[in-house]
Ligand binder design. Structure first.
Ligand code: DC
Length: 225
């Protein structure tokens, strides 16, 4: 039963990572959160006042960025390390959320991240979530899923998640940020967010976690021969 690549793409905050982690755990695969990579790069840009429009600054910054996923021994979930430091908390905050789409739209940044993602996929047996996994990173992935959900429902879920982690935000701020990110992610010149022709659509607006998981596991089982 050779391991496959499962690519999960879709809009911001529609629960891709939650279900991707569970699918990976059930299959004994590695989960890779590519959004965390773009978020860590955006965090570095914020920390070092890197100007996105200055190509030389961006190129130099990328030479100093080392991204690594390290498995949390307690949860078994890989966490993002930027230059040796665990950045799981700061990359989920408001500042990074406001910056990340612009950073992720830069061709140099995308080339940097996509190359590393393709290297990670060489071992196969991965569940990778993002925006361009089925279209650009792994166009030959055995299973591609495109997730979506009603924007108001997505904002509410994200708001509750942030509140539970004590981030101070309003529902309106979260909604506006989601709309902005979706617009930038869908309209950028390089690898815009779009559903691959052979991706299966999963609208989870009214699905429970269990229903989503069983849908994806059903699809995965058909592809793992
Ligand atoms: O999935 P996320 O919300 O953590 O992603 C953060 C940002 O990174 C989001 O604005 C889109 C961008 N992103 C991307 O452009 N390509 C990916 N493969 C993953 C994320």
């Amino acid at each position: 039963m050779p391991p496959i690549i499962i690519a999960i793409d879709g809009y911001s905050s529609c629960g891709k990572s939650t279900v991707a982690k569970e699918v990976a755990r059930k299959l004994g695969y590695t989960y890779i959160d590519t959004g965390a990579m773009y978020r860590a790069i955006a965090l570095y840009f914020l920390q070092h006042q890197i100007e996105e429009k200055e190509e030389e600054q961006v190129a130099r910054a990328l030479e100093h960025i080392q991204l690594r996923f390290v498995k949390n021994v307690e949860t078994g979930i890989p966490e993002m390390y930027l230059n040796g430091v665990n950045v799981e908390e700061p990359i989920r905050g408001k500042e990074v959320a406001g910056k990340v789409s612009a950073v992720a739209a830069l061709p140099m940044v995308r080339a940097f991240a996509v190359h590393q993602q393709q290297e990670m996929g060489k071992a196969r047996g991965i569940v990778m979530d993002g925006r361009d996994i089925g279209t650009t990173v792994f166009p030959d992935a055995e299973l591609k899923i495109f997730m979506t959900a009603d924007p108001k429902i997505r904002a509410q879920r994200r708001y509750e998640e942030l509140k539970s982690k004590n981030h101070s935000v309003t529902l309106e701020e979260v909604y506006q940020n989601l709309m902005e990110r979706d617009a930038i992610d869908s309209s950028r010149a390089v690898s815009p967010l779009r559903q691959a022709a052979d991706a299966l659509l999963l609208d989870n607006s009214y699905l429970t976690r269990e229903q989503q998981l069983s849908q994806i596991m059903g699809w995965a089982q058909k592809n793992i021969k």
